[in-house]
Design a protein around this ligand. Sequence first.
Ligand code: GLY
Length: 399
Amino acid sequence: MSSHACDVLVVGGGIIGLTAAWRALEAGASVVVLDPAPGDGATHAAAGMLAPVMEAGFGEEAQARLGTASLALWPDLADALERAAGLPPGAVGLETAGTLALAYDGDDLVALRRSLALHRELGLGSVEITPAEARRREPGVGPRVAGAAWVPGDHQVDPRAVHAALAVTTARATHVPRAAVSLTWAHGTVVGALDDAGTTYSAGTVVLAAGHASAALFAGAPTRPVPGTTLRLDAAADRSPAVVVRGTVQGRPVYAVPRRVRPDGRRELVVGATSDERDDDQLARAGDVFALLRDARALLPELDDAVLLEAVTRSRPGSPDNAPLLGRAADGLYLATGHYRNGILLTPLTAAAVDDALGVAPGGPGERAAVEAAARYANPRRFADAYSTTPTTERGGTA
Ligand code: GLY
């Protein structure tokens, strides 16, 4: 049985875990990242919508505030990440052209108007437009759309490109392709972890960023899998939308997220997403693929011509209130998990919160606001009364 020592052990190598690892490396820490398949969790399926407005549900003010604070940091984060990774500007695919929201039938329009009223209540920008105006913005909008809204503040980034950039910026960390099986504790403090090969890691701080699997390692991180399927299509630029289009079709939500046009005049389009409360099996159901395509083409009929490249099912990490868990949950343990539908949106806020925990001063008012929002709405100890935050048995021979 071997062992490693480091300043920061990051459990989970998705976008959130690698963001924490990058920030820790920048702060001068020695870092180990444990993940058997980095980037193959929620990151792999994510469409990359940066949508604090349209993702704001009733009773989800916390998510809206966190999302708005984080979105403001995305341009600087994209810039810093591209520079640190030696990539050209724009490489991570940040697009800030807004989002078109569509309602397929009359009931969908009633629901859309309720959402727009909620946006007004929360101070989020959105405006109802006519279907004709929607078609002026996106000529491919189908003939049977009952209503629409323009959402200037909802954007997108390419999660796979972000993850690839983070892999470069964290190359000097030690990446171990193993799964953590338990945290190790000593006298009420988390002191490391044990992996599935029997290797122990001792660390000054463990960052738990294992997505929905976090709960299995620490009961005080009550995450659950919320599987979602997304599709990747390859479409001609003039037969696909230029901005994010989302909507509901007879009550079912669907979105289409267009990437930048390639030199061959085509683009990738991510269509999503299902959302299920079931176990994580990473299997794309035929019925889900069918339903996503049926609903996407109801809003954007030209998608019939697109080529289906991928159907991917991965699990979002839900928490009991679907807001993230960000911060110290026990001595030696920092949680960065439970980001649910907004992991990509909340990446810069997570970076700012990790910087704050490492003693790095906020770079400006936006980062200060993000750190404050994280402290207010993402306190990882808010479930402490309901879920045990101390181990029943201390592991690693230190009890
Ligand atoms: N953020 C969109 C989704 O989780 O499907």
